[in-house]
Design a protein around this ligand. Structure first.
Ligand SMILES: [Zn+2]
Length: 110
């Protein structure tokens, strides 16, 4: 789980009114408005897609962090040479991980 200071998920797209829609978090009892998105005219498909992406942010961050954790892949010793440990070492040494870690750092303001 992410250790950032952001409001815990899940987040969702909330109320939409004329020129306004919200991104909300819920703790199961009450909703908290995290952000309000405004438009001069009606929202279009891109605006709705943007709102969905924002609402997915905590889930995406958690999934990205999981992928970079060794214990997500294996709980074996560091010097283990089984297939899972080899897969983790190949993944963590790949260029794609740099992009993933950069995105995590961006999301955390690091
Ligand atoms: Zn192993």
């Amino acid at each position: 789980m992410s250790e950032g200071n952001h409001t815990p998920g899940p987040w969702q797209v909330g109320d939409e009114g004329p020129g306004t829609m919200t991104i909300e978090a819920t703790d199961g009892l009450r909703n908290c408005v995290l952000a309000e998105i405004t438009a001069d005219i009606d929202f279009d498909d891109e605006d709705h897609a943007n709102a969905l992406l924002i609402a997915a942010a905590p889930d995406l961050l958690e999934a990205c962090e999981d992928l970079t954790r060794r214990d997500f892949w294996t709980t074996h010793e560091d010097d283990c040479d089984c297939a899972a440990c080899e897969a983790y070492r190949r993944f963590i040494g790949s260029a794609k991980v740099v992009k993933l870690v950069t995105a995590i750092r961006k999301a955390k303001g690091l």
